[in-house]
Design a protein. Structure first.
Length: 648
RNA sequence: GCCGACGUAGCUCAGUGGUAGAGCAGCUGAUUCGUAAUCAGCAGGUCAGCGGUUCAAGUCCGCUCGUCGGCUCCA
C-alpha cells in the first residue's frame, strides 16, 4: 500500500495490449483508466493487478499487469455483489435503524450475504421491503468512496454508531493491515473492498432467502440473522441466473427420483433411501461397472461384517474421533458399533496371515453398507444420507509403491468420470486438520507423497489447507455437472495410522518386519450420492447402459399385439430391458409417457411392420431411426451398451 | 442439533372457524388409433400424528414426526 513518502517513486503497469505505463507509486487504477479514456473510466467497475482484484480507488504500490474490469468481464460480478451487500445493509439500516450490522460475504456462487443483529427472523415480507428499499438506493446512484483510516479512529467511529459487532470485527484485523472504510451516501462500512464506482453499476438485485446463523460460525455464539441475495450488472443477467435456478429445480433428483419410480423415503427410516426396482437396476449397474473396471486394476472384492465390537473402534481410533457420527448397539452385555467405514475390517483381513513384500500391493474392494449418524438438519435427498455404500477400496502397499498406486487410481477415476461425460474435473489435495492422529513428520511425508504422485503425472491440483481426514491427507476429485455445478466424488486418502494401530506388518526383502502404508480410495464416492448427482447431471436421461427401461414396444393397436409380443420377446431374449406397452391408449399418448419416463428407444409396430417383419424405432432424443429389422436394432443397441456409450 | 418455513387424494394445488374441492394419474366402458396427452363414467381423504381452545377446527394454540431453505458437517 502506498504512503505519501513513497509517492514520488515510479511503478510500471503493463496493460492488456502489452503497452507499459510508468506512473507514480500511489496512482489508482481509476486514474489510469481516465488517462486511457473517459468512456473506459466511466464503464470500469474494478481492476485486477496480476490477476488479483483491486478497488479502482486503491493506490497501487507495485508494478504489475493492470487490467480494467467492466461489466462485460466475468469478474465484474465480484465487485457488483460485494457492493450490493453494502446496499442491502444500508437498506436494512434505513428500515430498522437500531439493527447492528455484522459483515457481508460472497460465496463461490452468484450469491452474497450479510449478517445482522436483529431481534427476530426476517420474513419474506421483510425481504420484499428491503429489496424495494435497495432499488431506491440504487436509483440515488451514490458513488462508493474508499477511505483509509487509523484503527483508533475506526473503533471510535463504529462505537459512536453503536455498531458493536463492527468494533469486535475490527479487533480481528491483524496489526499492520491498512484499515479501510467504504461509504456510499450515508452508509459507512468497515470493508477492504473492492467495490464498484457508483450504485447504478449494480444493474439488478434480488433477495433470495433469510436464515439465522451463529456469529462467526460458532454454535456457542449468539445468533445473527442472515439475508442472501444476488446482484448482476443487468436485468438480463439476473434473468439468466433465475433461468439457471429453474433448470436446477427441474433436475432436482428429489423430485425426479420418485417421479421416475427410482427410490423413495419413508418416515420410519429418516435419511435412508428405499430403492425401487428401477433404482436398484441403476444401483447394481453402477456397481457392476466399478467391479469390472477395478478387477482389471488388480482389486479383489471382500465382504465384511456390519456390526463389530466397540473394541475394534477403539483400536482404529474411530471411537475417539468419529463417535458422534456412529450408531451403537448392545447385545449380550457387549457393546457394538455399526460400521461407518470399511477400513478397520480390511486391516483385520490383512492381519490374518503373514504377508510378504512380494504380496504387495494388496487391494481390497468392498461395497459394504455403511451407517453414519448425520444430524437431522444436514441430511438431504440422496446426496447426504445415513446409510449408504461406497465404491470403497483399501490398498496396502510399500512406501515406494504409493506413487504407482495413486497414479493407477487417478487414471481409473478419470476413466470413470469420462464414461459419464464428466469432463471438467478439479483435483484438490487436502492437508492436515487440527484434530488428527500422528506426528508432524509423518504428515509432512504423506502430504508430499500425494502431491508428488500427481505432479509426476502432470496433473494440476489445488491445495485445501486443513481439510484432510484425521488419519491422513487426501486427494479429492470435484466434477462439474451438465449445468456447471460442482460435486465432490472421488477421494484418495493416505493413511499411516491404521496399519500402525492394527500392528500390520509384512516381511521385507531383508527378512525384517515392515509396516505397510494404507491408501483409502473411492471413485464414485457413495453409490447413493452418485445416483443423485447422475440424475441431476442427466436430468433423468440415463445413458442406455444404465436406463432402467431401455426400450418400450408400442403396438399401434390391439390388432398388432401378437407381433408386438413377439418383438418384445426377442428384445428381452437379446438381453435388453424392454417393456411392452399395449394399453388401450393412442400411440401419441404412450409415446409421450415413454418420453416423460426418459425411455431411450420406442419401438413402434403396426400393419407395415407386422407385414414386413420390421420395427420402427424412435429415440427419446427425438426423431425416428426409421424402419429396421429387430436384429439390426438389437445389434445397434447392444453395441452401444457394451461400450457404455452415451449418445443415442 | 439450532433458526425459519411448510405438511389437504398417488402428483400439482384450491379451500381464513360453519357439509373437504379441482386438474393430472388410477379404475371401468366406449374408441382400434402411426410418433409428446381420445371421450365418458366411477372411485379415491383419520386434511402428517397426538393433545388443547371453541357450540363448531383442514383453518386458532401446544407438542411430536417428516420435508424444505440455511448454520455446521460431508461420501
Amino acid at each position: 500500500m502506498a504512503s505519501p513518502t513513497t509517492a514520488t517513486e515510479t511503478i510500471e503497469l503493463t496493460l492488456p495490449d502489452g503497452s507499459v505505463r510508468a506512473v507514480a507509486r500511489g496512482t489508482t487504477p481509476l486514474e489510469v483508466a481516465r488517462s486511457i479514456g473517459r468512456g473506459l473510466a466511466r464503464a470500469a467497475v474494478g481492476a485486477a493487478v496480476d490477476g488479483e482484484l483491486v478497488d479502482l480507488r486503491q493506490p497501487l504500490d507495485r508494478s504489475g499487469a493492470l487490467r480494467l474490469i467492466t461489466s462485460r468481464d466475468p469478474e465484474a460480478g465480484i465487485f457488483i455483489r460485494h457492493s450490493a451487500e453494502h446496499v442491502m445493509a444500508d437498506a436494512v439500516k434505513r428500515l430498522w435503524p437500531e439493527v447492528e450490522i455484522d459483515v457481508g460475504r460472497q460465496d463461490h456462487s452468484e450469491k452474497f450475504q450479510y449478517d445482522f443483529r436483529f431481534p427476530r427472523a426476517f420474513t419474506p415480507e421483510d425481504l420484499e421491503r428491503i429489496e424495494a428499499k435497495m432499488k431506491e438506493i440504487l436509483a440515488e446512484d451514490a458513488p462508493f468512496e474508499r477511505i483509509e483510516i487509523s484503527r483508533q479512529e475506526a473503533a471510535k467511529l463504529f462505537a459512536e454508531m453503536g455498531e458493536r459487532l463492527k468494533v469486535e470485527r475490527l479487533a480481528d484485523i491483524p496489526e499492520g493491515e491498512t484499515i479501510t472504510l467504504f461509504r456510499h451516501g450515508r452508509f459507512t462500512d468497515l470493508c477492504r473492498g473492492p467495490h464498484v464506482q457508483r450504485a447504478s453499476q449494480i444493474g439488478a438485485v434480488k433477495l433470495l432467502e433469510a436464515s439465522s446463523v451463529y456469529w462467526k460460525g460458532d454454535e456457542s455464539n449468539e445468533r445473527l440473522q442472515r439475508i442472501y441475495g444476488t446482484a448482476f450488472a443487468s436485468a438480463k443477467d439476473l434473468r439468466a441466473y433465475e433461468e439457471q435456478l429453474a433448470q436446477a429445480r427441474a433436475r432436482d433428483h428429489r423430485r425426479l427420483g420418485p417421479e421416475l419410480d427410482l427410490f423413495s423415503f419413508q418416515p420410519e427410516a429418516p435419511a435412508t433411501p428405499f430403492f425401487h426396482p428401477k433404482g436398484a437396476l441403476i444401483y447394481n449397474g453402477l456397481m457392476s461397472f466399478v467391479r469390472q473396471l477395478q478387477t482389471g486394476y488388480g482389486y479383489q472384492e471382500v465382504i465384511t461384517p456390519q456390526i463389530l465390537d466397540l473394541e475394534l473402534w477403539h483400536t482404529s481410533g474411530h471411537y475417539e474421533n468419529y463417535r458422534d457420527n456412529m450408531f451403537f448397539t448392545e447385545v449380550d452385555d457387549r457393546r457394538f458399533a455399526v460400521k461407518p467405514m470399511n477400513c478397520p475390517t480390511h486391516c483385520q483381513i490383512f492381519g490374518t496371515r503373514l504377508r510378504s513384500y512380494r504380496d504387495l500391493p494388496i487391494r481390497y474392494a468392498d461395497f459394504g453398507r455403511l451407517h453414519r449418524y448425520e444430524r437431522s438438519g444436514v441430511v438431504t435427498g440422496l446426496t447426504r444420507v445415513r446409510s449408504f455404500c461406497q465404491d470403497d477400496a483399501h490398498v496396502f502397499c510399500r512406501e515406494e509403491q504409493i506413487g504407482d498406486e495413486v497414479r493407477a487410481m487417478t487414471e481409473m477415476i478419470l476413466r470413470i468420470y469420462d464414461t459419464f461425460d464428466f469432463h471438467d474435473v478439479e483435483i484438490e489435495v487436502s492437508t492436515r486438520p487440527e484434530k488428527r492422529l500422528g506426528s508432524d513428520e509423518v504428515w509432512d511425508h504423506a502430504e508430499r507423497a500425494l502431491m508428488e504422485a500427481l505432479e509426476r503425472q502432470g496433473i494440476a491440483y489445488q491445495i485445501n489447507e486443513g481439510d484432510g481426514a484425521f488419519y491422513g491427507p487426501k486427494i479429492d476429485f470435484q466434477v462439474a455437472d451438465a449445468i456447471g455445478r460442482s460435486w465432490q466424488l472421488g477421494t484418495i486418502q493416505l493413511d499411516y495410522q491404521l496399519p500402525q494401530r492394527f500392528a500390520l506388518t509384512y516381511v521385507g526383502e531383508d527378512g525384517a518386519e515392515h509396516r505397510p502404508v494404507m491408501i483409502h480410495r473411492a471413485m464414485l464416492g457413495s453409490i447413493e450420492r452418485f445416483i443423485g448427482i447422475l440424475i441431476e447431471h442427466t436430468a433423468g436421461r440415463f445413458p442406455l447402459w444404465l436406463a432402467p427401461v431401455q426400450a418400450v414396444v408400442l403396438p399401434i393397436s390391439e390388432k398388432f399385439l401378437d407381433y408386438g409380443e413377439d418383438v418384445h420377446r426377442r428384445l428381452v431374449d437379446a438381453g435388453l430391458r424392454a417393456e411392452l406397452d399395449a394399453r388401450n391408449e393412442k400411440l401419441g399418448y404412450r409415446i409421450r409417457e415413454a418420453q416423460v419416463q426418459q425411455v431411450p428407444y420406442m419401438v413402434v409396430v403396426g400393419a407395415r411392420e407386422a407385414e414386413a417383419g420390421m420395427i420402427n424405432v424412435r429415440r427419446r432424443s427425438g426423431g425416428e431411426l426409421g424402419s429396421m429389422t429387430p436384429e439390426a436394432f438389437i445389434d445397434h443397441a447392444t453395441e452401444l451398451i457394451r461400450q457404455r456409450r452415451n449418445e443415442l
